[in-house]
Design a protein around this ligand. Structure first.
Ligand SMILES: [Zn+2]
Length: 233
């Protein structure tokens, strides 16, 4: 597997086994969106791409997105995610340098401008990043065609459905969707299928399968993605 893929000028993807991070070089700063499981040395890898100072934005605080946070000094996430982050701090991480990003904030890198969109459900403070001019959406774990984790603390299926409706209403603002898992890039036309799947999941209409590895959940497959979910959670 190629761990680093250059997607465009000043835009790279880091592929770890099962999770993806995004790196954007701006005019004076660079931004790393998520930091994976921590098996890749993302600090060193990004430093080889640019001399500009880099900061981290976490789409959310699950451990597969925060593994290299310890190697950075400036880390942004939505405040609704900070408890979750603090309660499961990755090894070597503290709360110093962790800063809030609110809905509507614009991360201005000069040549890239990303607007923060709050999309709770997968986790309370899950965010997406919308680049209006380039019509790109970084979607975290909420819009993807892989296994969407919807069991355990902090998951909220009604909120997840609400967030998908919110993104369907904004779908004329982006052409490409860049998820943390599954295939990429996606298009916005996958979102109604995920919403339909989440509705069918809530209504008990999707058949239960065994999860891909031992986990306290079942796997529910819809037309465009799958959910790892525990009924009643
Ligand atoms: Zn994830």
């Amino acid at each position: 597997m190629e761990h680093m893929v250059k997607m465009a000028e000043h835009f790279w993807i880091f592929e770890e086994d099962g999770v993806r991070s995004f790196f954007f070089e701006g005019d004076e700063r660079a931004m790393l969106v998520d930091t994976g499981f921590g098996t890749l040395k993302l600090r060193e890898m990004t430093a080889e791409l640019t001399d500009l100072p880099a900061f981290v934005v976490n789409t959310h605080a699950d451990r597969d997105h925060t593994g290299c946070n310890r190697d950075f000094t400036e880390i942004y996430m939505h405040p609704a995610e900070m408890d979750r982050y603090q309660n499961g701090l990755p090894e070597g991480c503290g709360m110093e340098g962790v800063l809030p990003l609110w809905e509507g904030d614009v991360i201005d890198l000069g040549s890239w401008k990303f607007e923060v969109i709050l999309t709770p459900g997968h986790t309370p403070g899950s965010i997406m990043l919308l680049e209006r001019e380039k019509r790109m959406l970084i979607s975290g774990d909420t819009i993807q065609d892989g296994n969407i984790f919807m069991f355990g603390a902090g998951r909220n299926l009604p909120a997840f459905r609400h967030s998908l409706r919110k993104m369907i209403a904004m779908a004329d603002m982006f052409d490409s969707v860049w998820p943390s898992h599954g295939s990429y890039p996606l298009k916005g036309d996958i979102i109604p299928g995920i919403l339909k799947g989440a509705q069918d999941l809530a209504a008990g209409k999707l058949p239960a399968q065994e999860p891909p590895r031992p986990m306290p959940c079942r796997r529910y497959v819809c037309d465009v993605a799958a959910f790892l979910y525990q009924a009643g959670s």
